[in-house]
Write a protein that binds this ligand. Structure first.
Ligand code: 5AD
Ligand code: SF4
Length: 448
């Protein structure tokens, strides 16, 4: 490409908020933009197009988006030709779109999660439009295959296997913004992964709001365990990860697939959300504390060394001190390898938002801190069990803090740092853990 051409190329900047699903949607936007001859840039001032791909799972994520949008006002004044687009889950809510129209009228384009594939047409229409272009579809259409992606990281890639969620946990906005569950055709998934592997990918993470119900919407008789077994046969692929698993849908077949498929990593992300049966019931989680604990135990017995991680919400409406202590007890019993913890956040339009007995903010914060303490103790204990053990690490790059230190992850998804030369990047190495800490492990190279 000559310099003149490069100079003429338009530049885009994407800010992504929220989960891996959103990150992968941003990779698709980047793929479409690359086909339109746009170049990525990493600062907003240089960009001709700024996209905010938003998340609305918790209020904090929304406030961040509004704050960052507000900051664009001055830039847009300076560069009136610059296009500002906002998309993603937040836009699926009518009250958010109304708010942006009123408070941030300088935004040029708003679109939702269901019409992301139409982005090139929307962008072109928006350039010809004098006023803000808003196109948000209320309902999901068919799955659109074959969208290009520019993936952030070649060695590891996200692959969406299903969209949407049918579970309607009472606190959660996702079923309203991402629509009903739809599974991708297994052949399309296999084709995508084979192409990734041909281009150097060693590890895939299969994404879905509830991967365990994969296949339910398909005519073909295939479930998630069956899909894992087929992906496991792809030559050249080293590791398969997946998230998220809903405890109510974990089958024996899936646990056996994790046990039998050598490429499927020994890690399961199993959000418990709460340890009290009362709260689980009002959350509409459809399992009891006992069923959850049995599941964790079954997985640990079938797959020795499996790591278990979770999501927990504190301060759900009506959560008493006793309910919260049930969560603490469960956490002590399971000893999670890692966790994501959240303070309950009211989401307009969900049943929990209407529930009485909202827990006061100071109580929520106090419980949150107490929970973290217990969780971290468990993580430290689990990590210390790895002392002097040799683990397989996929080397991802150099450490952020020291470029002589390499960093990678174990099959159980723990970060390991060790001294080594850069030619090991992209390789699987055996590392002996010498210093296990709460948030990372330090080790020594045993062999390549
Ligand atoms: N408040 C707090 N946390 C929430 N999550 C989903 N909705 C809410 C909410 N309203 C958490 C759940 C879920 C994770 C992705 O986000 O723990 O598993
Ligand atoms: Fe939300 Fe529950 Fe669906 Fe997860 S399973 S996306 S928490 S409704």
């Amino acid at each position: 490409m000559n310099t003149e051409n490069t100079l003429k190329q338009k530049r885009y900047f994407i800010a992504t908020y929220g989960c891996q699903m959103n990150e992968h949607d941003s990779e698709k936007l980047a793929g479409m933009l690359s086909n339109m001859n746009y170049l990525e840039c990493d600062n907003k001032e240089e960009a001709d197009l700024i996209i905010f791909n938003t998340c609305c799972v918790r209020e904090n994520a929304e406030l961040k988006v509004y704050g960052n949008l507000g900051q664009l006002k001055a830039l847009k004044k300076k560069k009136p030709d610059m296009i500002i687009a906002v998309c993603g889950c937040m836009m699926q809510q009518a009250h958010v779109v109304e708010y942006i129209k009123k408070k941030h009228p300088f935004v040029d384009l708003i679109f939702g999660t269901h019409n992301l594939h139409n982005f090139p047409v929307l962008l072109s229409n928006c350039k010809q439009s004098e006023s803000m272009l808003v196109e948000v579809w209320d309902e999901e259409g068919e799955i659109i295959e074959g969208l290009p992606s520019v993936r952030k990281y070649g060695l590891k890639a996200f692959v969406t296997i299903m969209y949407g969620c049918n579970n309607f946990c009472t606190y959660c906005i996702v079923p309203y913004t991402r629509g009903r569950e739809r599974s991708r055709d297994p052949e399309e998934i296999l084709k995508e992964i084979k192409e990734l592997v041909e281009n150097g990918t060693k590890e895939v993470t299969l994404l879905g709001q509830n991967v365990n119900s994969y296949g339910k919407s398909l005519e073909e008789d295939i479930d998630f365990g069956g899909l894992l077994r087929r992906i496991n046969e792809i030559d050249g692929l080293e590791r398969i990860r997946f998230m998220t698993s809903h405890p109510k849908d974990i089958s024996e077949n899936l646990i056996f697939a994790i046990r039998d498929c050598e490429k499927v990593c020994e890690h399961i992300h199993l959000p418990v959300q709460a340890g009290s049966d009362n709260i689980l019931k009002v959350m509409n989680r459809k399992y009891t504390r006992e069923q959850y604990l049995k599941l964790v135990n079954d997985a640990k017995v079938a797959v020795p060394g499996i790591s278990v991680t979770t999501d927990i919400i504190v301060g759900f409406p009506g959560e008493t001190e006793e309910d919260f202590e049930d969560t603490l007890d469960l956490v002590k019993e399971v000893k999670y390898d890692n966790s994501f913890t959240f303070i309950y956040s009211i989401r307009k339009g969900t049943p929990a938002a209407e529930m009485e007995e909202q827990v006061p903010e100071d109580v929520k914060h106090n419980r949150f801190n107490r929970l973290l303490e217990v969780l971290n103790k468990g993580v430290a204990e689990r990590n210390s069990e790895l002392k002097n053990k040799v683990v397989e690490v996929l080397v991802e790059g150099v450490s952020k803090n020291d470029e002589n230190v390499l960093t990678g992850r174990t099959r159980t998804n723990k970060v390991v740092n060790f001294d080594g030369s850069k030619d090991l990047i992209g390789k699987l190495c055996n590392i002996k853990i010498t210093k296990p800490r709460t948030f990372s492990l330090f080790g020594e190279l045993v062999d390549k």
